[in-house]
Design a protein around this ligand. Structure first.
Ligand code: ZN
Ligand code: ZN
Length: 145
């Protein structure tokens, strides 16, 4: 069922502490979306968007799971409001995926070689030292890199 957005959102306690950062990331997101595509490869124009959405999810995740500074209620609120990506965070909780950049990079059908994106290969296992994957511009997100 589609979510009905109303203006009468009830903000949980603690919202005012995280609101400035989320607003800032929101602004960055809008900037990334409006960025001109001149001179960039098509895939590259999406990278800033992936980056900001990753940052936003990571921020909410850290606040709840690592820094334990926000309540479960506020955490769930952020997910419901789309400030963080629930499915990406679900991956971060799994061992080996703690630093995963985006969900596309673990989808087998999107890759030319093998079943995983080049950015998921640990540094010590890959030949070239510097990588930048086409999906989100990730420069390596294997755990332990
Ligand atoms: Zn990656
Ligand atoms: Zn990748």
């Amino acid at each position: 069922m589609p979510k009905v957005k109303t203006n009468r959102v009830k903000y949980p306690e603690g919202w005012e502490l995280i609101e400035p950062t989320l607003r800032e990331l929101d602004a960055k997101m809008r900037e990334a979306e409006m960025d001109t595509h001149d001179g960039k490869r098509k895939c590259e124009t999406l990278w800033p968007i992936f980056k900001v959405s990753h940052q936003r999810s990571r921020y909410v995740y850290d606040l709840y799971y690592r820094r334990k500074e926000i309540s479960k209620e506020l955490y769930e609120f952020c997910l419901d409001q789309g400030y963080a990506d629930r499915s990406l965070i679900a991956k971060w909780k799994k061992s080996g995926y703690e630093r995963l950049c985006c969900l596309r990079c673990i989808q087998p059908r999107d890759h030319n070689y093998g079943t995983t994106c080049v950015c998921r290969v640990p540094k010590n296992l890959r030949e070239e030292k510097a990588v930048e994957c086409v999906h989100c511009g990730c420069q390596g997100c294997a755990s332990g890199d």
